[in-house]
Design a protein around this ligand. Structure first.
Ligand code: ATP
Length: 202
């Protein structure tokens, strides 16, 4: 899965629409302290379905919206769009009908956030699965935060295993298993209710 463009609008310090072309090979982001390097990485995590405000260094998800400065008013929404090269049609069915896939996440104050894939409304879960199955996503070990290496060294074996599973692209399977188990439990409850009703009628 090759990312080709990241667009930000009103996301954290990127108040003006900003396009970043992601070329083949290694990409480096350099700049002085506080210029927004980590915000870029967070924008990537966010558009891939991050749900934890803490992972965005905020108290609530709306903290990703440009909060204003002495000279510029705060914005009411933030939007991040990630363009993925899909010419090899590697995206799963439902997503793989064009050469590029545009995943857009938009958050509006007091209205929460929503996702679109090639202009169609999609669920957060669909986006999270899309990236998890491609061994990437908001939890991907390929996105290394500041301080993360020290955390890895000190991590317990269970936490390290989770990182290996993310890298192997099987974390999406765990999510599916969990959902299947919940469905099974619901069906078992319904069945026992039906049995009670049948017993009462007999
Ligand atoms: P360093 O090299 O020190 O790690 P950095 O280049 O990674 O810095 P970031 O941490 O990405 O910089 O950006 C921090 C800047 O983003 C700060 O100036 C902060 O005020 C600004 N910022 C963060 N959230 C918002 C927001 N919601 N609205 C406006 N500005 C924000």
């Amino acid at each position: 899965m090759q990312f080709s463009k990241l667009k930000l609008n009103g996301f954290k310090s990127f108040v003006d629409p900003t396009d970043l072309i992601i070329a083949d090979g290694l990409t480096g982001v350099v700049g002085p302290n506080g210029c927004g390097k980590s915000n870029l990485l967070e924008a990537l995590r966010w558009v891939m379905g991050e749900t934890r405000p803490k992972a965005m260094r905020g108290g609530g998800m709306e903290d990703v919206i440009f909060a204003g400065t002495a000279t510029r008013p705060a914005r009411n929404f933030a939007e991040v769009s990630l363009t993925i090269d899909n010419s090899d049609r590697l995206a799963p069915s439902g997503f793989n009908d064009s050469d590029t896939l545009d995943v857009v996440r938009r958050i509006t104050r007091d209205a929460g956030s929503a996702f679109k894939a090639n202009t169609k409304d999609v669920r957060a879960r669909d986006i999270q699965m899309l990236f998890a199955d491609a061994s990437t996503g908001s939890h991907s070990p390929a996105l290394v935060r500041q301080g993360q290496i020290a955390e890895l060294i000190n991590a317990k074996p269970k936490a390290r295993r989770r990182i290996l599973e993310e890298a192997a692209g099987i974390s999406g399977l765990y999510q599916r298993r969990h959902e299947a188990e919940l469905k099974l439990k619901g069906t078992e409850t319904n069945l026992s209710r039906v049995e009670d009703v049948v017993e009462q009628l007999a």
